[in-house]
Design a binder for this molecule. Structure first.
Ligand code: SF4
Length: 54
């Protein structure tokens, strides 16, 4: 289990200075449900919320 999630997506509501994720937990999934991930570029954080949404 990850204890410290580092993230560079600074447009996310949960993003904190120092590239820390402030969410209680996150969900990472394959971009396309019909495909399998073969590299990190095929995955993405579904917990992401744009800052302006809040
Ligand atoms: S929720 Fe996802 S995108 Fe947002 S800061 Fe955390 S890891 Fe990054």
């Amino acid at each position: 289990m990850a204890k410290d999630v580092k993230c560079g997506v600074n447009t996310c509501f949960y993003w904190k200075h120092g590239n820390h994720c402030g969410a209680k937990n996150i969900l990472v999934e394959v971009y396309s449900p019909d495909e399998r991930a073969h590299s990190s570029s095929h995955t993405g954080c579904h917990t992401f919320r744009p800052k302006e949404e809040f």
